[in-house]
Design a protein around this ligand. Sequence first.
Ligand code: PHE
Length: 491
Amino acid sequence: MSSEKRGMHGIWASRWTFVLAAVGSAVGLGNIWKFPYITGEYGGGAFVLVYLLCIFSVGIPVMMAEVLLGRKARMSPINTMHQLTRTYKAPKFFAGIGWIGAVAGFFILSFYSVIAGWTVYYSLEMMTGHFVGIEAEQAGETFGALLSDPWVLMVFHSIFMILVGAVIARGVHRGLESSLRMLMPALFVMLLILLGYSLTLPGFAQGFDFLFHFEPEKLGTEAILVALGHSFFTLSLGMGAIMAYGAYMPADSPLGKTIVTVGVMDTLVALAAGLVIFPIVFSNGLEPGAGPGLMFQTLPIAFGSLPGGVFIGTIFFVLVLIAAWSSAISLAEPAVAWAVEKGFSRVRATVFVCLLAWVLGLGTVLSFNHWSDKQFFVSVTGSSESSEQVYEDFLLYADVAELKTDLGETGGLQYNVAGKTFFDVLDFLTTNIMLPLGGVLISLFVGWFMTRRAVADEARFRNPQLFRTWRFMIRVVSPLAVLFVFYQGLS
Ligand code: PHE
């Protein structure tokens, strides 16, 4: 049976090593940095509910499909999809899944490394006691000062990329397995300690309410698109990371239970991060919709006043860094594994992938300072004093500072200008388009082109009813959900 063959990259020591690696990939900046800030931007509870729905009805089923494909062919995602497309006589474009994924991984890695660089910076600042006794305002200023300096951002972006390269170059087994075994549990313990702290805050109830109070009227289609996209991002789906890890999974591990474990752990970490961050936000009179800086402006305040805060704060940021690190490795793995199959040495492949992602990352570095006004997909609306909308325009690209000055001279109207920086574009393109698209193609492939028999043999579900339900989810539910959300987003 094909699933018992071993690929050229090796097999995880056990099913639990796979869980560790997959959780290492899934739990990252997406959970601790991104989930709280997008929840803040989209108004809280309603968003969280849709996110949970997406995770359980789309994310986890697609994850099983993705791992199944990897384990079936035991190669890099690009070659896996080439081979399986031929074996099952699927239309050729399914082979493109591997390519879309490699490109998406490379795009994500480029900005992921810049943000992870912030955690390196914050670890050092924590350690040196910079945040002791800090107030909300100073925390905001420190963060603003970091963002406005492209050189500092570049240095920390480079440090992180070197860390990532160092592990990938040595192979995922040697560097990663042993360290993750200690660090992932430590991350969970740290989150619990912080959760205990946030429980004592006056803003806890408000934070809890913000996360779990469902107000359907707050829910727009954009929020649904973002929730769906984030469920792919946070589970590392749709770009081959999980497929690559699936390729090293022992053949006899049951797919269902293993993947549900990974999905649930990832969700718990995200919710815990929200329950830590929002109570601090509300207790300090901060804004939940602060955007990407949310975690970096709130946590230092808490650590600054916590007994032993320097110690706990340092450990916290180091752990976020490690969570980001183990995710970033899985972002590069598909491209690196492919290059190795092409005959490059692992070291060369690593240098090539990391260097390209590093260069692209400079665009993200500049998005926060010199290029912050250079925006794409800019929508301009103008309304008169009676707040009647009288002007509307859409520009593919604009320098919004210049635009605002020009508009100011047109007089009489209140203008609202909203666009996306280079970083926003990369984030949107990958998270909201490429990952869901990759995920749908994966579902359609496993659901409609592989034979039922082949899927059943590889998945090894014990319970036939569960197998039927899962197959229905990937054949019908996930493709329709994604198509529906795309359609809504475009119209
Ligand atoms: N899942 C990771 C996180 O939440 C990000 C990631 C996305 C990693 C896609 C690999 C592939 O931070």
